[in-house]
Design a protein around this ligand. Structure first.
Ligand SMILES: NC(=O)c1ccc[n+]([C@@H]2O[C@H](COP(=O)([O-])OP(=O)(O)OC[C@H]3O[C@@H](n4cnc5c(N)ncnc54)[C@H](OP(=O)(O)O)[C@@H]3O)[C@@H](O)[C@H]2O)c1
Length: 326
């Protein structure tokens, strides 16, 4: 099998590439002149120097690929236009290139997000057949990527994965919470106790490979998630337990979080580097129930996560410590 992976230099993509290589897939990764090759340089993969919007740069690789894993995208950006360009228009451009050149294609897996579906309004586990109601620009842009997939559904064997919060080795977002715990703190934004679906990156990668290979997955969309959501406070306590740290929880009033987001957004605009906390993330944080059903993937594909939260966090802490991130 020959996989063409976009986003292979990133957190999830690099671990997907590692897993594909371990399973003897031939892997080709799209890289840009600005990409860091830190995670790919020791792997036997072919680097394809190209651009999602330049069909000629992708054509020879797509002509051979049996599988495309499209993970390239931005989770934070300075402008709405950048969210839509990288998460919407880029998907459409790659699908068009696939329709023209990928004659051996068995599956195209698009990694979308729960943000495209939007949160649960009453705490029930959202299912894939519910009408998407994204609350953030990021979510609307990922939904635009899903709409591009729908436009090509008759011509290409497509599957959409919607992961929740992904944590694990190499992650830099949930990592911020680990850094708070190292200081003995657990900051809770606002008094509402939020509840989240999440998944360890190793389980997600296994899920993506299942989506690429399972005949039932063609033409379908799946939440690839742990079945049991976790409350924010419980997550903090579980991280503290994994780190063997004594912590105190401090509730940060919502207006303070918004002020911090404003400052962080301002400095991001000045240094031209997107910040983790911005107004778009605040829109998502206002919603208390980011919870999604794992049933469809279990029923149709037999996919289930294998790492408990405790085990996943322990592995993550070990990795952060071994790599001197903590
Ligand atoms: N992390 C999560 O919790 C999470 C949850 C749900 C869904 N997702 C989705 O999963 C995917 C991967 O996320 P991640 O956390 O691994 O992100 P990441 O670490 O920030 O990696 C993003 C990857 O996308 C590439 N990329 C971005 N814009 C590109 C463009 N215009 N052309 C080519 N490559 C581009 C980056 O390449 P460079 O190295 O060249 O910058 C990098 O390889 C994203 O699509 C994201 O929306 C992530």
């Amino acid at each position: 099998m020959i996989a063409f992976v976009t986003g292979g230099t990133g957190f999830i993509g690099s671990l997907l590439v590692e897993q594909l290589v371990q399973r003897d897939w031939e892997v080709r990764c799209l890289v840009r002149t600005t990409s860091s090759l830190k995670w790919l340089q020791k792997l036997p993969v072919q680097l394809i120097h190209g651009d999602l919007f330049t069909e000629e740069s992708l054509a020879p690789t797509l002509a051979q690929a049996t599988h495309v894993f499209h993970l390239a995208g931005v989770t934070k950006a300075l402008t709405a236009a950048e969210y839509f360009r990288s998460n919407g228009e880029a998907v459409r451009a790659l699908l068009q290139a696939c329709a023209h050149h990928a004659k051996n294609l068995e599956r195209f897996v698009f990694v979308s997000s729960i943000a495209a579906a939007g949160p649960s309004h009453d705490g029930h586990l959202v299912r894939e057949d519910e009408t998407p109601q994204p609350v953030s620009v990021y979510g609307r842009a990922k939904l635009e990527g899903e709409r591009a997939c729908a436009e090509y559904a008759a011509r290409l064997p497509l599957t959409i994965a919607r992961p929740p919060i992904v944590y694990g080795p190499r992650d830099r977002d949930v990592y911020e919470y680990f850094k708070q715990v190292r200081l003995g703190l657990r900051l809770r934004p606002g008094w509402i106790n939020r509840i989240y679906s999440l998944i360890h990156v190793h389980d997600l990668v296994r899920g993506l490979i299942t989506l690429a290979q399972h005949p039932n997955a063609a033409g379908e969309t799946y939440f690839i998630t742990n079945p049991d959501p976790v409350e924010w406070t419980q997550l903090g306590l579980a991280i503290a337990h994994a780190m063997q740290k004594k912590t105190v929880q401090i509730t940060v009033p919502t207006f303070v979080t918004s002020m911090v987001a404003a400052l962080s957004e301002l400095s991001a605009q000045i240094i031209r580097k997107p910040a983790l906390l911005n107004f778009d993330k605040i829109r998502e944080m206002r919603e208390p129930h980011w919870v999604f059903s794992a049933e469809k993937a279990r029923e149709q594909l037999g996919f289930a996560t294998t790492l408990s939260l405790e085990e996943g966090l322990r592995q993550t802490v070990d990795w952060y410590r071994e790599n001197e991130w903590l």
